[in-house]
Design a protein around this ligand. Structure first.
Ligand code: CDP
Length: 797
């Protein structure tokens, strides 16, 4: 009788298997877009606007055309003759590919040069003469709606102001009634500043149009290759089966590589026109100034409270600055994404949210930087508001949260904004976090240190995030529903290949998808290879962002494995010469119920699928599954930070950081920990150091790594991670919830709350991120809130 397999030993669910993709990444043998060279390849560079808002009087490219080695100069005028000067955005707006009438943000694409090498192309760009007539720039929603503000999008027929949308959700009248009964109303206003995902690898593409086969192949840095193929087919009207998008290794995406950028479009057109491969690789400042900004939202809200601490209602208003084009890559039917997931973890009877979106003279914003479509802003406001309200009530921070949490037996729980959360153990997570940080002790130390003039602070943040967009009732991109798929082929020797429509950018899919197959079929994970990112070979999928891979593509991997198992059961019955009903399954093996020592392995079934199948059975052991998730998954986390603030300088240091994440069943605990540490590092960077803003002329201040700091190991604090709370997702085939973004979503508020807790008693309610030393010093010294809203003063002011 064979032994039952040990799932951890074969690399199944729960195994901290080393990441297989790291073998090539740490050896420097990854294959990124910029590593690819095709025969006869040309190079493209982009000329960008130096001004944020200006009318284009003329563009003269004649000097650029004369440079030896230049093959093509593309301008908006030329694009317009092919109806490509503008492109549709994923939010049903339009975006200029190359500017024709006006430039609308600093760094906007004005022209492209295609040449023998990138240096010639760059030099030629500098010889393009553009005559601009400067216009006043708008850098905030307040300016956008002010009397007499210039209309940024005067290209749009019915656009007479700078408002993109006014949207609301929740129960306005019910919220008013609850506020009328409140013992206390607590208020908070803040700005979640612009931030940039800033992946190490910038964006780029190599378009290769082959006239003789009519096939267009594009290698590109996209998190969603199938969506790009659909967009190229629909927008450029090319036949879909003649388009192949290959997304090779990606050096970090974080949402930055979801949108369609003008560079992609221009390289494709240039290749079609020149019938040669055209490579475009963006430089760092191009990436920082023009692509996928996130956040930039003003959040204003109030909470109706009973004197015993019960929250009666919440009212919120958000003003979102979308930049010059409304190109949020968010697939929900909700204008401000999932902002109304705010307060989902708290049992609040009624709430109302109004949201206004406006244009400004900044690069398009609203990209979901390591978050699910505005969830980061929602959770930040939620946890900052919770701290302010507890303070106003004179209640303990932890106790106030605990008494308002949705209880374990209240699931599924309908939030006041209409989401259905599935499961969680919120109070338990909080207890684990408080114990780990030594809450009571720290409060004693804090009081004692105060007496000696030392400022210690403790910040709590919780988050629950709707992950796994989405279900097809409420989520789609350009009408395409938000499902995902997986294809599994088991070869005759029992080795397998699994392909999904997701596209990892460093998250470890090549490791974890194999673990799911291993869990479902008992095939050792090392016998399963994973492939993603090529639309000619991978089944259709909506891509990887918003931590949707495990909730959707991962679920599809499970489901396709189960289809394979169902067929293998028939093969097993045939091999064992019994009826299918008499066959039982244990990991990796079928056996006869009445004679457990008689069995066949999954590998033997695989061989039979090619050599000894029952009469009438289709040979082979492969299948595809599409998975349309019934709901989003709702992980939960508690983050607790302790800090010391230097009152003389405003510098603050992290003393301790504790993270308690409940993402349901962990496929690979080591990878999950890596995801949490990465997210916490980004959260710390946002709270502490990342400053990218705009002056009154719309110049982007901070579009370089001198100002927009990436945290290194030197300044990043240590993190203490806890994994003891596990609440399986009730509707996911293996009980997993997403994790990729949780820490980046919930982390920032913990740091900010900690610094503000250290300033407790000074009357300071808010300091906008990043909490730079001068801002903290100003708050301490003048006992006032400090806003980070643009325009900022520059040296010239
Ligand atoms: O969509 P994305 O891959 O960015 O996010 P995710 O689905 O949250 O997964 C991030 C990584 O963590 C992947 O390698 C997942 O398979 C892994 N993961 C896990 O091991 N267990 C979970 N419960 C969730 C994710």
């Amino acid at each position: 009788m064979s032994q039952a397999l040990d799932e951890i030993k074969i690399g199944g669910l729960g195994a901290s298997r080393k990441r297989v993709e790291d073998s090539r990444f740490i050896r420097g043998t990854g294959n990124y877009t910029d590593d690819i060279t095709l025969p006869g390849m040309l190079h493209m560079e982009i000329l960008r606007s130096p001004l944020a808002h200006a009318r284009i009087k003329s563009i003269d490219a004649s000097r650029a055309w004369q440079i030896p080695g230049v093959h093509l100069v593309l301008t908006g005028e030329m694009m317009a003759t092919r109806n490509l000067a503008w492109m549709p955005t994923l939010s049903y707006d339009t975006q200029a590919v190359l500017a024709t009438d006006k430039v609308r943000f600093q760094g906007q694409e004005v022209a492209c040069v295609i040449a023998d090498d990138p240096y010639i192309a760059k030099d030629a760009c500098e010889l393009i003469d553009v005559d601009y007539e400067p216009l006043p720039a708008i850098v905030s929603p307040q300016q956008a709606v002010a009397e007499g503000a210039p209309v940024i999008r005067d290209d749009k027929e019915n656009q007479h102001d700078n408002v993109i949308y006014d949207w609301e959700v929740g129960d306005s009248a019910g919220t008013d009634r609850a506020f009328a009964q409140a013992d206390k109303v607590s208020r908070l206003r803040l700005h979640y500043p612009r931030s940039h995902p800033s992946p190490i690898e910038c964006c780029g593409s190599i378009a290769d149009y082959n006239r003789s086969t009519s096939k267009l192949t594009v290698y590109m840095t996209t998190q969603a290759p199938h969506i790009i193929r659909a967009a190229v087919a629909l927008v450029a009207e090319l036949p879909e089966h003649m388009i192949r998008i290959i997304s090779p290794d990606i050096g970090g995406g974080f949402g930055n590589k979801v949108p369609v950028y003008p560079g992609y479009v221009c390289s494709i057109l240039a290749s079609i026109l020149l019938e040669r491969p055209v490579k475009w690789i963006e430089d760092k400042s191009g990436n920082l100034i023009s692509t996928g900004f996130a956040r930039d939202v003003y959040l204003d809200g109030e909470m109706a409270l009973r004197s015993d601490g019960k929250i009666l209602a919440v009212r919120m208003h958000t003003d979102a600055d979308h930049g010059a084009f409304f190109s949020d890559a968010q697939p929900s039917k909700f204008k401000i994404g999932l902002m109304h997931s705010a307060f989902a973890a708290y049992d609040i009877p009624v709430a109302h949210l109004t949201a206004r979106g406006t244009y400004s003279n900044k690069a398009p914003g609203g990209v979901a930087y390591r978050c699910s479509f505005r969830v980061t802003e929602a959770m930040f406001f939620q946890e900052r508001m919770m701290q302010a309200a507890a303070g106003d009530l004179g209640m303990d921070q932890a106790e106030f949260r605990r008494m308002n949490f949705v209880a374990d037996d209240q699931f599924p729980h309908r939030t006041p904004f209409g989401f259905l959360t599935d499961s969680g153990q919120y109070a338990k997570c909080l207890d684990v976090g408080l114990k780990a940080v030594g809450y009571e002790d720290f409060r004693r130390q804090q009081a004692e240190a105060r007496g000696r003039g030392r400022l210690l602070g403790l910040g709590i943040s919780t988050m629950t995030e709707p992950l796994g967009a989405g279900n097809s009732r409420e989520y789609d991109i350009l009408g395409i529903k938000m499902f995902d798929s997986a294809e599994l082929k088991v070869h005759m020797t029992g080795k397998a290949i699994v392909r999904t429509g997701a596209r990892g950018q460093g998250q470890g899919h090549e490791t974890t998808w194999a673990q799911i197959v291993s869990h479902e079929l008992g095939i050792p994970a090392e016998d399963v290879v994973v492939e993603e990112g090529d639309t000619d070979t991978a089944p259709f999928g909506m891509g990887t962002y918003a931590s949707r891979s495990t909730p959707v593509a991962g679920a599809a991997v499970s489901m396709v494995s189960r289809k394979i198992r169902a067929k293998a059961r028939k093969l097993a019955a045939h091999l064992l010469e019994v009826s299918e009903e008499d066959v039982e399954w244990e990991l990796g093996r079928f056996y006869i119920r009445s004679a457990p020592d008689r069995g066949v392995t999954i590998q033997e079934c695989a061989m039979a699928a090619y050599s000894n199948m029952p009469d009438g059975m289709e040979p082979g052991l492969e299948n595809t599954a599409y998975y349309d998730p019934p709901n989003l998954t709702w992980p939960f986390a508690v983050y607790i930070v302790t800090v010391e603030v230097d009152p003389e300088t405003g510098v603050w240091d992290v003393l301790n950081m504790v993270a308690v994440d409940d993402c349901g069943i962990r496929i690979n605990p080591m990878i999950v920990e890596g995801q949490i540490m990465g997210g916490l590092t980004e959260a710390y960077a946002m709270a502490n150091m990342q400053f990218i803003t705009f002056d009154a002329e719309g110049n982007c201040v901070g579009s370089n790594y001198m100002d927009y700091l990436l945290p290194t190991a030197w300044e990043t604090p240590g993190f203490e991670l806890h994994s003891e709370v596990v609440t399986p997702c009730p509707h996911h085939p293996i009980g997993a919830k997403g994790i990729g973004e949780c820490a980046a979503v919930g982390g920032p508020a913990a740091f900010v709350n900690a610094v503000l807790d250290a300033l407790h008693g000074t009357g300071v309610r808010n300091i906008d991120m990043p909490l730079l030393p001068d801002r903290v010093w100003e708050a301490i010294t003048y006992h006032r809130d400090v806003s980070g809203a643009p325009p900022v003063l520059t040296g010239d002011d």
